[in-house]
Design a protein. Structure first.
Length: 241
């Protein structure tokens, strides 16, 4: 699908810009994470160059630069077909479960002695299904595939409509943990399946790594279709730009 494109990424992004949307509370939630030293990552089955341009457009280049993107890559030069560089050997090119667990290991290695990483995953679509069981705390957007999958397979999750809901719940989780554990020992909420190795902590267990996907991620798989009627920008006859 991506390999059928030969247009420059800038022209392609201009074409899709009018069809993009992002949760209006996404920026506010990201700022909250930064203020509370919660690492924020976008984990996607899309292409990293496209995702970076999306984040730049909605957040601004400076704030976007603070977000790590874990996704498939691409070789795009504008004259030859796009060459996707798949992150993993899977149907979607990206095994999000593997990325979440790699993120957990990286977060643990960055913690000081006795500190515990708490993994928060925010998802909505088909590409998020494999990661559903791996997080300590799972948020699933209401009415979409991930919520349907969690209900069918009895996977605990917190439903949400906007990132304002997520911010409110994360604030509650942080407060709950402090009240129940005094900031020591096993966190008030964690996933036993994903945390058999978790050691008792003598320090407050606060989120150290947050994995999230952009809203309406499934649209990313449709973007190439929007290019099917692409026409290069016309050059004025008088030679002006």
């Amino acid at each position: 699908m991506w390999g059928s494109l030969t247009i420059p990424i800038e022209d392609g992004f201009d074409t899709m810009r009018n069809n993009m949307s992002m949760d209006p509370k996404f920026k506010e939630f990201h700022e909250f994470c930064m203020e509370n030293n919660i690492s924020f990552n976008v984990i996607s089955a899309g292409l990293r160059p496209i995702l970076r341009k999306v984040l730049d457009a909605f957040l601004g280049a400076q704030e976007s630069s603070n977000i790590n993107i874990v996704a498939n890559d691409a070789d795009i030069d504008g004259s030859t077909p796009w060459k996707p560089i798949w992150l993993h050997e899977t149907e979607l090119g990206h095994d999000k479960a593997l990325s979440v667990n790699q993120g957990r290991a990286e977060a643990a290695s960055a913690c000081v002695e006795g500190e515990i990483p708490l993994i928060i995953f925010i998802g909505d679509g088909v590409s998020d299904l494999t990661a559903a069981r791996e997080a300590d705390i799972l948020f699933a957007r209401k009415g979409l595939k991930l919520e349907e999958y969690c209900n069918k397979n009895q996977i605990p999750y917190i439903p949400f409509e906007t990132f304002a809901d997520i911010k409110k719940e994360v604030q509650h989780i942080m407060k709950e943990d402090l009240e129940k554990t005094g900031g020591t020992g096993i966190p008030a909420r964690f996933n036993p399946r994903a945390n058999m190795w978790r050691r008792i902590s003598s320090k407050q267990a606060v989120p150290k790594f947050a994995a999230a996907t952009p809203s309406n991620e499934e649209k990313m798989f449709l973007w190439p279709e929007a290019f099917s009627d692409y026409q290069p920008k016309a050059v004025p006859q008088d030679g002006s730009v």
